[in-house]
Ligand binder design. Structure first.
Ligand code: TXA
Ligand code: MG
Length: 325
């Protein structure tokens, strides 16, 4: 990844010019990752329409599962391309965007967004950040930007460019100084007539209740994203770690072979786990459409992002087999 030479860290200092933004936008459009400031915390950004870029986000953070990512857009007009806005959702977006509010909404279909960014869900988390550099970068890139907080999984969020550079020395970081809010955005799940608080954040309940009535998350009503992943198990049976393929099963292969049958798809012929992660959801969807009996998946190494792949596959197998619930 290119950066301005001599510095110990590859922090791109923005000298109050458009140059750094243009370069970061170019990197994003090429499928590279860029960290950028928002008013909440720094985000680790990737093109939300590019599966491979999103796989790099999960790999770089070493996320243990494919928790869905927030998709960042400039404002309501662009957001409407990606989600269905109820009257209530529109009211919230118009009142609080740009700002530290994320709305989880029904995904528009068909959608150009990476299934991996959505973790295969039929909802999408959207946010229009107010930080001027975030706004400028997203507009210049002219793509929706998926961005989790720019920290390795389980570590503190980054509220300064230097934090990001210490976590990820090779990453391009757009330097916007200290994050104004310092905690991650408030997340609301909004349906036609209900708003449920999924994550507390800089916008308080009281702020939100000035616009809409809020329901607090209870029991089973809204599941955590980790559990929600089960929604998108394939309709057909999913068998994992297969050594042999049964008649009428489609084989989802991994690596250069030998194969236990004829591969219908290969997550990564080269055995590259980041590439495999990028292909996982789209290949599962494709095989689910084609399969007669079920989908058989070869063993995937449980290293790095391979753990996230295996976590997702286990959830899919779990529902499809009807072993639980
Ligand atoms: O302030 C923020 O929100 C920062 C900045 C960079 O925008 N981003 C951030 O992203 O905090 P992250 O990935 O650390 O947290 C995103 C949260 C996760 O807990 C994820 O489960 C939830 O959003 N989420 C994303 N899509 C969802 C969906 N469709 N349904 C429910 N929760 C979702
Ligand atoms: Mg985070």
């Amino acid at each position: 990844m290119s950066h301005d030479g001599a510095a110990a860290f590859s922090v791109m200092i923005l000298p109050n010019s458009a140059g750094a933004i243009v370069r970061c936008a170019e990197l994003l459009r090429k499928g590279e990752l860029v960290a950028f400031p928002t008013e909440t915390v720094y985000g680790l950004g990737g093109d939300a329409t590019n599966d491979l870029a999103i796989a790099k986000v999960f790999a770089m953070k070493d996320r243990p599962d494919f928790n869905p990512l927030i998709v960042h857009i400039p404002g309501v007009a662009e957001a409407m391309t990606y989600a269905h806005f109820s009257e209530m959702a529109l009211r919230l977006a118009e009142k609080f965007w740009p700002g530290p509010l994320t709305l989880v909404l029904p995904c528009a279909a068909p959608s150009p967004l990476s299934l991996l960014a959505l973790a295969g869900l039929d909802t999408v988390a959207l946010r229009a950040p107010s930080h001027p550099l975030a706004q400028a970068l997203i507009k210049e890139t002219d793509r929706p930007i998926a961005a989790p907080s720019a920290n390795p999984s389980g570590r503190l969020s980054a509220t300064h460019a230097q934090h990001v550079a210490e976590y990820f020395p090779e990453l391009a970081v757009l330097n916007g100084g200290q994050s104004e809010r310092g905690i991650e955005s408030t997340i609301l799940h909004v349906t036609a007539d209900e708003a449920v608080l999924l994550r507390e954040g800089p916008l308080t309940r009281e702020d939100i209740e000035k616009a809409v009535t809020l329901r607090t998350q209870t029991g089973h009503a809204i599941r955590s994203p980790g559990q929600l992943l089960r929604h998108y198990a394939p309709r057909h049976r999913l068998r994992l770690d297969v050594q042999e393929v049964e008649p009428d099963e489609k084989l989802l292969a991994f690596g250069p072979g030998p194969y236990p049958g004829e591969p219908a798809c290969n997550l990564s012929p080269a055995g590259d786990l980041t590439e495999a992660a990028a292909n996982l959801f789209s290949m599962l969807h494709r095989l689910d459409r084609e399969a007669a009996a079920g989908i058989a998946v070869m063993p995937i190494p449980n290293d790095g992002i391979g753990r996230a792949i295996n976590d997702r596959l286990r959830r899919g197998a779990y529902v499809a087999s009807g072993w639980h619930e």
